[in-house]
Every structure is written in structure tokens, then in C-alpha cells.
Design a protein around this ligand. Structure first.
Ligand code: C2E
Ligand code: MG
Ligand code: MG
Length: 751
């Protein structure tokens, strides 16, 4: 620019010189006749010429001073000249120094080379409209150096117009304000940051969905960034992604942070600029770290909250809705069905013999089986139906809307078919079936409680009906359930009202056919229901705990009876007494038995205690101790219903067991079912090898008896010989047992 000025002045002087000389020549020619005058005039011209030369020197001096001045200014200021198309014509040293480009690299280039892209388009539109109107434009601009570093300048652009008033070029003078600007920006960013964190904390306190929270966070974060117009961000949490428009992976200048939930990486927060901008403010990383930390804590709390809600509404083992949520679901379905006059069905599913699996294979396997059952049930129903876990081995299926009760029957059958398929659990192949009770709205109840209660009653009926089947609720069932309920109430007074009585069933020896022992079997002389069999009330007594005093009564009655027989001169047989699980677990069992034996003066050798396989499985140490103690007292131990539990035969060696009683279900089909025959033969052979005696129970026919005799079974019990009978009748058997063997045989064979 300075050079340019000097050149112009020189040209002007040159023209001025030429003009002066040609004027002199003309003047000389015009005034030759007036020499006198000319001599005078020449001195004037010489004076003018001298002045012109002096003027030229002055201009040259000014020009060189201006050049020196401009060079000096250019060392500290960013000066450039740009033509009207934006092409760079000249640049100062300082501009080169700050921009990192050499003069050669800049001159001839478009001035946009220095752009940082941090200003919106409107910024430059404003600049060009101002200078195009020949007005001076002044603002702070952020430019970008060759190495990518951003610098701020206070820029003034002066349009230079030619003699015609047209803009010829632009003169730009800028002052580097980066250091001062950075302080401003730092402060500003810090303010924006604290505002951003404040609003994010606000969002986190509101009850918003995770997606909504992430969207809000991104909005606040972007606004807090140095260049919001070109920033994009993304939050990924638990596999779900929320991002601002324009976000894509692999953008340059990306910063990211991890979202840690319960010390595990659960997602990430990423921020990018769509242009390749360096992050000159370190706290942008700090900011996103803080946001990610806040989001993590929030998410942890939200998850914990969810877990708590789930725990209160869902079953921890199977993840299915629990009883509370089930109740809620039924009520919701009822509201809908009442309004739309639709039917609804409740399927109450009880697993058959689940306890045996739990007792024999352990609770871990039992739990896995319950989980598998839950999963299987889910596959049998529609999405809108509910599968819930009710009690330990009971599940409920709610069929929200059904056209007829036939639909419920179809689903019930589908469930039964599905449940019965084998389960593969920890190398075990398990089998289980279910019993299903169905109640239908509105016929069987108009509220959740009644429908559930009635489906439960129907389920018990399905169990009584041989299990692995479904039963609809009926009024009849309701009646018998009521009876059961009242029976439970009456049982409490059965002992004090002296309504319990013992029957005795003989156990015979073959081929001699003489009495080996008897089994005491409990009966209840209910004032209304006549003689009630133990199947109807033993469970009730177990549930209520009444079995303990009842059990004591049985033992005392048996001992008194033995005493009486002894007193009457009989040689009493050994009497087998059935123990229920609760009695066997009772810590006072051995003490009570020994006390009663002492009190009645009966020797232990007359008593056999019958327990079932499942009682031996849990708490083995205690079982061994109890059995050893009883055995040392002289009491015999017999395993009742042998073969129905999941026997681990090894326990037979560990415990002092004297007798096995083969369950009557094997004896029943021994003649017709080859498998049962084989099982019975195997049990007898095994028991003999362990020096344990075998009683076959439930013998009803001669064929059964003959097969058992052929297998060398030791003792025999069943209706074939005698049903359980009152004491008076068994006494006659006792008398007969004193008779010669041949006569006894004749007596029983005639039955
Ligand atoms: P259990 O100990 O297996 O008794 C054998 C059951 O089979 C008895 O039924 C008996 O009447 C029946 N039975 C015997 N032989 C035959 C036969 O040839 N055919 C048929 N169909 N049945 C036969 P009961 O008396 O009804 O007793 C049922 C169960 O109640 C008993 O099974 C026992 O587990 C339990 N029980 C009986 N009395 C007591 C008791 O005093 N205490 C406890 N805890 N349980 C008892
Ligand atoms: Mg028994
Ligand atoms: Mg039995």
C-alpha cells in the first residue's frame, strides 16, 4: 500500500515536470519577441520548477516515512488489502506471524482462507452489506491459523473508493485480542457451564423418561459449548442412543466420556464439532465428565427405584408378577370386561409333587425348575394375558377376555401338555405335571378374591382327581371346600371332645400266615360326618400344628393299648405308628416318646415308627441324630410308601432303618405292569442285600400276594388280609394268632 502511494506521487511529479517543460517551450516561443519580459519570466518559472522539485522530494519523504510507519504498524497489527472480489492483495508481517501463513501463501488467495467457521453466515452477510455500502465495518472476528489454532482480532474494514466513487479495494486493520478475549470467553463459558449444570440438575429432579432426560441434557450441553451452532452430541445409555440432529460417528474433534452405572460402563456421552475445531477450552471435557457423572447417579437411582418397584410387584425368582400385582391386573381386567360384557378366566396351576423334587434334589434345582415352569407358561398364553406366581409352586394365569369357557379349557390343556415335557436342569432330566383349577367371570365370581378362591378350590379338585388335569369350579366344589374349612375349625376340638379313634390293620407273615405286627391308623368320629379318614384331616392338622398333640395322643393310645393287651395276657404285636413330617422335625420328639414309654411302662421294642422318604432328605445331621436316638431306644424305623419319593438309595445305608414298606401303587399293578413288577423285585433284592426287611402294602388279591411271595417279600399287608379295624376286632385277630397256623390261614383265606 505504501509503495503504491509513492509510485502514484512519482507519476504525478513526472507528469507535472513534463507539463512544466512543455509550458516553458511554448512560452519561450511565444515570448521570443518579448525577450526582455522573458528574462524576467524565466526567473519566475525557475522558481516554480524549484518549488516543484522540492514538492516531489517532500512527497518522497512523506511516502518513505509513511512506508516505514506502515511497516512498523504492520509488525504489531494485522493489516491486509483485499480486492472487491475478496482476493488478498497485501498482508502485513504480523498477519503472517499470527496466521502462520507466509506472504506468498496468502497473496492471491481468497480471504476466506483465514475463516474459522465459528461465526454464523449472518455474521459475514452483515459485514459485506456494510462495506458494500462504502461504510466502515468493525467487529471482533475469530479466525483460524494455518495450524488450526483459533485467534481473535478486533477488525476494522475500510472500503477504498476510486475517483469514480466505486469501491476499488478494502483495507483491513485488525488487532490481536486473543488473550483478552480468552479471558472473556473463559468467564462466559464458566457462566454457561454453571447454567448448563444447574438446568441439567433440574431435569434430573423431574420425573422424566430416560429418553427425555437425555434430550434435555443434550440441549443444555450444546448451549453451553463454545460454538453451539456447529456442535453436535450424543448420549448412549443401556444400548439406546439419543443424539442431536446432524450427529454422526467419526466426526473430527470428538471428545467423549463414559457413563458408569454401579461401577460398570453402561454408556457414553460424545460431543463433536461438525468442523475440525480444536477444543481450546479444557473444561469442555470437564463439563461432559460432570454431566456424565450426574447422569450416572440419576440412572443408578432410577434403576434402584425400578428394582424396588419390581420387587414389590414381581416375584424375585421367576420375574413374574406377584400376588399384589396379580390382584391389580385381575381388577383392571374386570373393569374392562364388565364394561364390554366379556368373560374372563382364572387358571390356578398347582405343580404336582413339586415338594418331592425340592426335598430330594435341593432348593437350587427346585428354584430353577420353577423358573423354567414360569417361562413355559408364558409361551402358552397371549401377550395381553397375565402369568403370575402365586405361592411357592402355584401359578396363576389370567385370560383377560374369553369368548366361552371352552377357550379357558383349551388354554388349560395347552398348559398341561407343555408342562409335562421334560426339563433339563443341571444335567438332570426332570418331569413335572400340573393340576389346574378354572374359575370364570362372571359366573364363578365378580371380584378378584372370589375368582381366585374358587379357582384354588377347583385346583384342589384337580389334584384329588389324579393330578395332571384341569377342573372347572362348580357349586358342588364350593360346598366341599366349605366343609373342609369347617372341618378345620372342628378339628381343634376333636381331641378334647374325644372324637379321635385308632383302627388297626394287621401285617402278616407268609407262608405261615400269622400276625407279624399291626399298623395304627387314625380315624375321626365327627359328630356330623361320621367316620372321617386321615386323608381328609392329617394335612389340616399339619397346617395348623395340631398334629403335635394329635401325634402324642396316638402314641399314648397305642402304648396304653399295648399295656392293656399285656394286662389281658396277650403277647402284643409290634405296633407301627405313622409320623408326619412336622412331628418328625419336632425337637421334643424323642423326649416325648421316651416320656410316654416310661409313663405307660411299655417297652420300645413294641413300637415301630413309620416315616416317609422325603423326611430324610433335609437337615441330614439332625435326621441321623433322631433316628440313632430312636433306634438306640429299641424303636424300629420303617420307611412308608417306599418308591414314591425321589430316593437316593444311598441314604438307606446311612440311617438305622429296619423296614421298607413298598408303596401300594406298585403293588396295585404288579400283576399287570411289568415295570412295577421289576421295580418291586429290585426293591426287595436291594433291601435284602442291606439286611432290611420289606413289607408290601395294599395287597388286595391272591395274584398280587403270590407274586410278592415269589419275590421273597418278608411281610404282607392289605385288604386281602384285613382292612384297618377297630381295636375290638383286632383283638379277635390277636386271639386267633394264638391259634395253630393252619387255622389262621384258613381264617384269612376265607375273607
Ligand atoms: P399309610 O400309612 O400308607 O397307610 C396305609 C393306608 O392304605 C391306610 O389308609 C390303609 O387303610 C390303606 N390300605 C391298606 N391296605 C389297603 C388295600 O389293600 N387297598 C387299599 N385301597 N388301601 C389300603 P388310611 O387309614 O386312610 O390312612 C391314610 C394315610 O393317613 C396313611 O397312609 C398315613 O400316611 C396317614 N395316617 C393314618 N394314621 C395316621 C396317624 O396316626 N398319624 C399320621 N401322621 N398319619 C396317619
Ligand atoms: Mg403307614
Ligand atoms: Mg403307606
Amino acid at each position: 500500500m505504501l509503495l503504491h502511494l509513492t509510485d502514484q506521487i512519482e507519476t504525478v511529479l513526472l507528469y507535472l515536470g513534463l507539463l512544466v517543460f512543455s509550458s516553458i517551450a511554448i512560452l519561450y516561443w511565444l515570448t521570443s519577441s518579448f525577450m526582455q519580459k522573458a528574462i524576467k519570466s524565466s526567473s519566475v518559472l525557475a522558481q516554480i520548477y524549484k518549488q516543484l522539485v522540492q514538492a516531489k522530494k517532500d512527497v518522497e519523504k512523506i511516502s518513505s516515512e509513511l512506508t516505514a510507519y506502515m511497516d512498523a504498524v504492520g509488525k504489531i497489527t494485522l493489516i491486509s488489502t483485499i480486492d472487491h472480489k475478496g482476493k488478498i492483495l497485501q498482508v502485513s508481517e504480523k498477519l503472517c506471524e499470527i496466521s502462520g501463513y507466509s506472504q506468498e501463501e496468502l497473496i492471491g488467495q481468497d480471504h476466506r482462507l483465514l475463516f474459522s467457521h465459528v461465526h454464523p453466515d449472518s455474521f459475514f452477510v452483515d459485514m459485506w452489506t456494510t462495506i458494500a455500502k462504502s461504510q466502515i465495518w468493525r467487529k471482533e472476528i475469530c479466525n483460524r491459523s494455518k495450524s488450526g489454532i483459533l485467534y481473535w482480532v478486533d477488525s476494522t474494514i475500510i472500503p477504498i473508493v476510486d475517483t469514480n466513487g466505486k469501491i476499488d479495494h478494502y483495507f483491513s486493520v485488525c488487532v490481536d485480542i486473543t488473550a483478552h478475549k480468552q479471558k472473556d470467553l473463559d468467564l462466559n463459558e464458566r457462566l454457561k457451564e454453571s447454567h448448563c449444570l444447574h438446568s441439567i440438575r433440574n431435569y434430573l429432579e423431574q420425573d422424566l423418561s430416560t429418553e427425555r432426560v437425555c434430550q434435555n441434557i443434550l440441549k443444555s450441553l450444546i448451549a453451553a459449548l463454545q460454538f453451539p451452532e456447529m456442535a453436535v452430541a450424543m448420549i448412549e445409555l443401556e444400548g439406546k442412543q439419543v443424539s442431536t440432529t446432524g450427529y454422526k460417528e467419526n466426526l473430527p474433534s470428538q471428545i467423549s466420556t463414559q457413563i458408569m452405572v454401579n461401577k460398570e460402563i453402561c454408556g457414553q456421552l460424545k460431543v463433536s464439532y461438525i468442523f475440525d475445531l480444536p477444543f481450546i477450552f479444557p473444561y469442555e471435557q470437564n463439563l461432559i465428565d460432570t454431566i456424565a457423572h450426574n447422569l450416572s447417579r440419576w440412572y443408578e437411582c432410577k434403576e434402584a427405584e425400578k428394582r424396588i418397584i419390581k420387587m414389590t410387584t414381581h416375584d424375585a425368582l421367576t420375574g413374574l408378577p406377584n400376588r399384589h400385582l396379580l390382584q391389580d391386573r385381575i381388577e383392571q381386567a374386570l373393569v374392562h370386561d364388565i364394561r364390554s360384557h366379556k368373560q374372563m378366566a382364572i387358571l390356578f396351576i398347582g405343580l404336582d409333587h413339586f415338594k418331592t423334587i425340592n426335598d430330594s434334589l435341593g432348593h437350587d434345582i427346585g428354584d430353577l425348575l420353577l423358573k423354567a415352569v414360569g417361562e413355559r407358561l408364558l409361551t402358552c398364553v397371549r401377550n395381553e394375558d397375565t402369568v403370575a406366581r402365586h405361592r411357592s409352586d402355584e401359578f396363576i394365569v389370567v385370560l383377560n377376555t374369553i369368548a366361552t369357557s371352552l377357550d379357558a379349557a383349551k388354554v388349560a390343556q395347552k398348559i398341561l401338555d407343555s408342562l409335562i415335557l421334560p426339563y433339563h436342569i443341571q444335567k438332570n432330566q426332570l418331569h413335572i405335571s400340573g393340576s389346574i383349577g378354572i374359575s370364570v367371570f362372571p359366573n364363578d365370581g365378580r371380584n378378584a378374591d372370589t375368582l381366585l378362591k374358587n379357582s384354588d378350590i377347583a385346583m384342589y379338585h384337580a389334584k384329588e382327581n389324579g393330578r395332571n388335569n384341569y377342573q372347572f369350579f362348580t357349586d358342588e366344589l364350593n360346598k366341599s371346600a366349605h366343609e373342609k374349612h369347617f372341618l378345620g375349625l372342628d378339628l381343634r376340638h376333636a381331641l378334647e371332645r374325644n372324637e379321635l379313634v385308632l383302627y388297626y390293620q394287621p401285617v402278616m407273615d407268609m407262608p405261615g400266615n400269622h400276625l407279624h405286627s399291626v399298623e395304627a391308623l387314625l380315624r375321626w368320629r365327627h359328630p356330623e360326618h361320621k367316620l372321617v379318614a386321615p386323608d381328609k384331616f392329617i394335612n389340616l392338622a399339619e397346617e395348623t400344628g395340631l398334629i403335635i398333640p394329635i401325634g402324642e395322643w396316638v402314641l399314648r393310645t397305642v402304648c396304653n393299648q399295648i399295656r392293656t393287651w399285656q394286662d389281658q395276657g396277650y403277647n402284643p404285636p409290634r405296633v407301627a405308628i405313622n409320623l408326619s413330617a412336622r412331628q418328625f422335625r419336632d425337637n421334643a420328639l424323642t423326649k416325648n416318646i421316651s416320656r410316654i414309654l416310661n409313663e405307660t411302662g411299655v417297652e420300645a421294642k413294641y413300637i415301630t415308627l413309620e416315616i416317609t422318604e422325603s423326611m430324610l432328605i433335609n437337615n441330614i445331621e439332625q435326621v441321623v441324630e433322631t433316628l440313632n436316638c430312636l433306634s438306640e431306644m429299641g424303636i424300629h424305623i420303617s420307611i412308608d410308601d417306599f418308591g414314591t419319593g425321589y430316593s437316593s438309595l444311598s441314604y438307606l445305608k446311612r440311617f438305622p432303618i429296619h423296614t421298607l414298606k413298598i408303596d401300594r401303587s406298585f403293588v396295585r399293578d404288579i400283576v399287570t405292569d411289568k415295570n412295577d413288577h421289576t421295580i418291586v423285585a429290585a426293591i426287595i433284592a436291594m433291601a435284602h442285600s442291606l439286611e432290611i426287611e420289606v413289607i408290601a402294602e395294599g395287597i388286595e388279591t391272591e395274584e398280587q400276594l403270590n407274586l410278592l411271595i415269589a419275590q421273597k417279600c418278608n411281610h404282607y399287608q392289605g385288604y386281602y388280609f384285613s382292612k384297618p379295624v377297630p381295636v375290638s376286632e383286632i383283638e379277635s385277630t390277636l386271639k386267633k394268632s394264638l391259634l395253630p397256623v393252619s387255622k389262621i390261614y384258613a381264617l384269612y383265606a376265607s375273607k
